[in-house]
Design a protein. Structure first.
Length: 445
């Protein structure tokens, strides 16, 4: 006979695991695509289709994640919260993991972690990024966060600390800061400490025990988040670095294969996969490339599917029905994922009358990506029900119909919020979770 207590435990476990969850940066395996077919609004404002808004304890540009009936997001407090250029007491800096009720927007709990010192001071290009750019990850039972120099921290869904681990304390050589997000593969928590120690780490998600470390100087200049590609029943951990695309064994951290990739000294976005092929793009003329996952050693000659001359600057593209979509500056791009051939390239006129997406400026933004030179959008697009949602840094969200012909459906903006918008949205159960520097919004019909 199941006791009442046992039944409540079982019910709680059921509620925290859902096919509609958005458990990591850009959702299921980093695809950016909603895991269900529930319609998401294409039009909203401060008075239309806005279910709730919640003020956060501080700024940040990490993405929200959704686990059951809760939303998790990170931010920082105590220092440079209003964009002060290197002024104030940096020893007061705190990182936060905030848990929000999905239905009401009420903050359920807030866990803070003191910043390990010395920390990089706020200013210059670092101010384009800030201290809360890493998106949390969850398996429905625990939530793991990466706070850069301040390490990796695991909590249960009620906010109880479970374990923590250090992964390095190097400064970024360019002063751009740190942004790559952790992911989960089975029981392995994979942490891309690409700035902090130029290494990937694998931890036992339940105990925090370090399982492996994969260091390489080749990670310098990388701010992307890896994905899992599967070929012939084998899982490869894929990530793009300057000049190449790499595939690791996610259980051991051993490099399995590599291929000639992006001809750039920095990779600020993440790779995407259709399950077997890995697509990588780069800014500043680095081009783009499609690599078939799998193989051993140098697979450049045997596994390169196509290369292209242009790519996404900072945002990670959407892969939808064998087409890649992205917006870079003022240009909306679509490319055939099988051949690399251009499907369309369309200029988008801004609402201010000039083309292009302007840098919103302002402080306290913690702008995501850490590799921009100003003037670009840092959030990556997401998609649901055949619609692409692209967030500009000034808060305008473009809704574009996915297909072989460019069609801009709507422009949305929540009036009154002029802060920086650099976080990639999350989608769950027909709702879009949009995050500006200090505010979390739930948009739903």
């Amino acid at each position: 006979m199941i006791t009442r207590f046992s039944w409540l435990v079982l019910l709680s476990a059921t509620l925290t695991v859902s096919a509609a969850d958005w458990p990591r940066f850009r959702g299921p395996n980093g695809s950016g695509i909603a895991p269900d077919d529930k319609p998401v609004p294409v039009e909203w404002s401060a008075t239309k289709n806005l279910k709730w808004k919640t003020s956060l304890p501080g700024p940040g540009s990490s993405s929200p994640i959704v686990v059951g009936d809760r939303v998790f997001v990170t931010c920082w407090s105590g220092y440079a919260t209003e964009g002060q250029q290197g002024t104030g007491d940096i020893t007061a800096l705190m990182r936060h993991l905030v848990c929000v009720d999905l239905t009401t927007g009420k903050i359920l709990w807030d866990r803070s972690v003191p910043a390990k010192q010395p920390e990089e001071r706020y200013g210059g290009m670092f101010a384009q990024n800030g201290y809360a750019s890493h998106t949390a990850v969850s398996d429905g039972k625990l939530v793991c966060v990466f706070f850069g120099k301040s390490g990796v921290h695991a909590f249960d869904l009620e906010g109880k600390p479970l374990w923590q681990a250090e992964v390095g304390d190097w400064d970024d050589r360019r002063g751009w800061g740190s942004a790559s997000s952790p992911i989960l593969h089975g029981d392995v928590l994979i942490v891309p400490a690409l700035v902090e120690s130029q290494a990937l780490f694998g931890f036992d998600k339940n105990t925090g025990k370090q399982l492996w470390k994969a260091p390489s100087e080749g990670f310098a200049g990388t701010w992307g988040t890896p994905v899992i590609a599967e070929v012939d029943g084998r899982a490869d951990l894929a990530i793009a670095v300057p000049g190449e695309v790499w595939g690791f064994n996610p259980d051991t951290g051993k490099l399995r294969w590599y291929a000639t990739g992006l001809q750039s000294d920095s990779v600020c976005n993440s790779v995407v996969t259709d399950g077997s092929a890995v697509f990588a793009m780069s800014e500043r003329g680095g081009g783009s490339v499609a690599i078939k996952a799998g193989g051993k050693g140098d697979v450049s000659a045997t596994h390169t599917l196509w290369t292209g001359s242009n790519g996404s600057r900072i945002a990670t593209p959407i892969l939808w029905e064998n087409r890649l979509y992205w917006i870079s500056g003022s240009i909306a791009m679509c490319r055939d994922a099988k051949t690399g051939a251009e499907v369309y390239s369309e200029r988008i006129e801004s609402t201010s009358g000039a083309s292009g997406n302007q840098d919103s400026g302002g402080g306290g933004g913690g702008r995501r990506g850490g590799g921009g030179m100003g003037g670009g959008d840092y959030a990556s697009p997401v998609a649901a029900n055949g619609h692409l949602y692209h967030v500009s840094r000034r808060g305008e969200v473009l809704v574009i119909k996915l297909g072989p012909k460019f069609e801009l459906l709507c422009r949305n903006k929540i009036e009154g919020d002029t802060s920086d918008h650099s976080a990639t949205p999350a989608i769950s159960n027909g709702q879009l979770f949009l995050r500006s520097a200090k505010t979390l919004y739930c948009i739903g019909g």
